[in-house]
Each structure stands twice: as C-alpha cells, then as structure tokens.
Write a protein that binds this ligand. Structure first.
Ligand SMILES: [Fe+2]
Length: 182
C-alpha cells in the first residue's frame, strides 16, 4: 500500500518516547534531570507488578506522562557499551531545543557538567555555508549519557512542505532539493 492510500485515521502522528536500558536508575535519573530538566512522573521497582520484573522510571518533558522511560533489570549484567560493536540497536536519539539560543545554552551546560561531547556543535547542511555537508539543516551536538547512550541535542531542523521542498528555519527553500517520497 502506498503512503497516500493510507487513510488519515491510520496515520501515526509522531515518533514519541524511547525506553532505555540503564545500569543504574538513580544515576540516569540525576543525569536526565540535571542536564535536560526531565521530571519524574512515576517510578516502580522490579516485580511491583507481577508482569514487570524490572525497574521503570517514567520521565517527562511536558504534559505527556512520559517521553523517556528508564528501565533496569536487577538480574541482568550490564557490560560497558562499545559504540562500534555489538548487535544492531539505536545509534542515537535526539532532543529538540526551541531555538538556537536555547541550543547554545545547552551546549554551555554540557561543558559546565563536563559531559563528553562526542560530536559538534555542527550544522548538518550541504547547502548553508557553515554546514558540514550532511543533511537536515539543523544544528546539533552529541553527548553520552551515563551508559554511553548517544544523545543528540538539536535545533532548527528543516521542514518539508506539501511539494516536498526543504524549508529552512529562516523560511527559505533549499534550492534543487526534494524529498525522496511525498
Ligand atoms: Fe540525529
């Protein structure tokens, strides 16, 4: 079935929360509170519910119950994550800042907290003069959380209009570029 044949009511509306396996919930809770300001909605311990033999901490950015879920299995070994090895999984996940000023403030906070910035700040663009030749038209930097999950902080990502053109933050189109599917 082609995308355009899917009726509106069958369209999912966004990619939302992520659930991370963490080796220590307390440590990760502190990190996500201190760095990104997430708040704890509720926390539960292993076997508190018979169907859930692991810890869960539900964290939120706004009004939805959770945007991030920390999970921890007390019976599991958590060997140190090696970025370029192991089974397929999540490469990174991302948090959006409302604007470049906010992005710069998060960059300052990452430095103040001595977080490991593994890439950036960088402008992902093959069009804008400051760009690094990659894609999205957004500013980004990348840090590692306590379990070495790679987190991207970004702002100003291009939007796609109805014609499939890439529209930058300043409202301009990226010339000669179209999405691969509309
Ligand atoms: Fe990304």
């Amino acid at each position: 079935m082609k995308n355009e044949e899917i009726v509106d009511s069958l369209k999912v509306i966004k990619c939302q929360h992520v659930s991370l396996e963490v080796s220590n919930v307390d440590v990760s809770l502190k990190f996500y509170r201190d760095f990104l300001g997430l708040k704890l909605s509720e926390r539960h311990y292993a076997n508190e519910n018979p169907a859930i033999p692991f810890e869960m901490a539900f964290m939120r950015l706004g009004k939805q119950h959770h945007d991030l879920v920390l999970t921890h299995d007390p019976k599991r070994d958590y060997p140190e994550k090696i970025f370029n090895s192991g089974p397929a999984g999540i490469h990174h996940y991302a948090f959006e800042c409302p604007n470049k000023k906010s992005f710069d403030m998060y960059l300052d906070r990452a430095k103040e907290m001595s977080l490991e910035i593994v890439r950036g700040p960088v402008l992902h663009s093959a069009y804008q003069s400051k760009g690094d030749g990659t894609w999205g038209e957004n500013w980004s930097f990348y840090v590692l959380d306590p379990d070495k999950h790679r987190i991207e902080i970004f702002c100003e990502m291009a939007e796609i209009d109805n014609a499939g053109c890439f529209i930058m933050e300043n409202g301009q189109k990226v010339p000669d570029k179209k999405v691969e599917e509309i």
